[in-house]
Ligand binder design. Structure first.
Ligand code: ATP
Ligand code: MG
Length: 395
């Protein structure tokens, strides 16, 4: 399966198994339906977003080596909707030839371990915020002193949606955090880094084939509020040379990580330099716009890549594409009960993930294609306001 089929050759596409039953697996499932490709999901519960819609689901814990192995044994290719996977078990699956793992355990480690990621990207000469990785309290304090205040501290493993990231104003706050992160086993590995004066936060989604063929999507701007992505704007509001630089860096990062399938590269622009924040080796929130907004969606391209099929065109279909996330409203409303309000907005493409409506939880997104940013943004926001927490009025 390592060589792509010739376009005039008859081959049965592999059965793909996606580990994780969240919204990314749910939207991958939609893409699989269109292609007629078999997708199975390994979900933790029958109520998971993808388990609700997939007839071919297995229930199990991706962190449990036995569950992962059993799942891999029933498919040709294993891929992922999240990174919380036992990497040793995955490496054993590769070694024993139970299934092709795309991405590999080695590539996935870039996403599960931010310290590993930083070391590998730094060694490859990729631009990063000034930082230090350490498991030593004194070294962490020294690094913060050198980098200056405020300083950012992140745990190397286990963070998502801003959990595991702290901006600290002074030494007292740092000491308190380091104390909290210390157990009998010592300090959990952290990255201490400069607080970047972010002008624009961006993401570039890159799709990569097993043979190394790569395509990147146009640069997306991610509007973050309190560490959570609320809105994406494509193309990002950055000069053309900055966008080109961002794509070049992202494509190189994909290569260094040895990604197969999608890799989303989160980047900062501080008005002068572009630096890499982090990567995720799977479909990503910053690529949801591509479902309606690009010739080929990120989900379809991920499936194409991991199946060894030709990659699809990543071009954007309208001058501006805005996607806004539906986060659970404080009043606990179920967005599906407010569909009418959202669908009354012209051109609003509504996606709901079937998840229980908890305040602040990502429950869906809305995408609008338009000729102008104001128009796209205003329509996406008004549909989101009907469904969940309104997007704050930020630039
Ligand atoms: N060095 C930094 N300087 C300034 N802001 C930062 C820095 N690092 C992170 N942030 C802010 O915090 C957000 C979350 O950080 P990061 O992406 O590392 O965490 P995460 O929890 O893994 O993210 P995700 O939401 O992608 O799961 C970033 O999107 C950015 O807005
Ligand atoms: Mg992030």
């Amino acid at each position: 399966m390592s060589t792509a089929p010739r376009s005039d050759e008859a081959t049965t596409p592999p059965t793909i198994g996606m580990v994780g039953g969240g919204q990314l697996a749910r939207m991958s499932h939609q893409a699989a339906i269109a292609l007629g490709v078999h997708l199975r999901v390994l979900a933790a519960s029958v109520d998971d977003a993808a388990a609700l819609v997939s007839p071919a689901k297995a229930l199990g814990d991706p962190g449990d080596p036995e569950d992962l192995r059993r799942f891999a044994d029933g498919v040709d290719v294993v891929t992922f909707d999240h990174e919380l996977v036992d990497l040793d078990a995955l490496a054993a699956i590769e070694r024993d030839g139970l299934a092709a793992t795309r991405p590999s355990a080695e590539a996935l480690r870039f996403a599960t371990d931010k310290a590993h990621q930083r070391r590998r990207f730094a060694a490859a000469g990729l631009p990063l915020p000034r930082h230090r990785t350490t498991t030593d309290v004194d070294e962490a304090r020294r690094a913060a002193g050198e980098l200056g205040w405020p300083v950012v501290v992140k745990t190397a493993r286990g963070g998502y949606d801003g959990r595991g990231v702290w901006v600290l104003a002074d030494e007292a706050q740092l000491d308190e955090l380091l104390h909290d992160l210390t157990t009998d086993a010592g300090l959990a590995e952290v990255i201490v880094e400069e607080a970047v004066s972010i002008v624009r936060e961006m993401a570039v989604v890159v799709v990569r084939s097993p043979d190394g063929t790569e395509r990147s999507y146009p640069v997306t701007e991610t509007v973050q509020v309190d560490g959570i992505c609320r809105e994406t704007i494509t193309p990002a509001r950055v000069p053309e040379d900055v966008a080109a630089e961002a794509r070049r860096i992202a494509e190189q990062a994909a290569e260094v990580a040895g990604a197969v399938g999608l890799i989303a590269v989160e980047l900062f622009h501080d008005g002068e330099a572009v630096t890499i924040n982090e990567v995720a080796t799977r479909p990503h929130n910053s690529g949801h716009w591509s479902i309606e907004g690009a010739v080929t969606s990120q989900f379809e391209n991920h499936l194409r890549a991991v199946a060894g099929l030709p990659l699809g065109d990543t071009q954007q279909l309208a001058p501006v594409v805005v996607s806004a996330n539906v986060l659970g409203h404080a009043d606990g409303r179920d967005p599906v009960q407010h569909l009418a309000g959202a669908l009354a907005v012209p051109g609003a493409h509504v996606h709901l993930y079937g998840k229980g409506p908890r305040p602040g939880r990502k429950l869906g997104h809305v995408t609008v294609l338009a000729d102008s940013l104001d128009d796209a943004r205003q329509r996406a926001r008004s549909a989101v306001a009907a469904l969940g927490d309104p997007v704050p009025e930020v630039d």
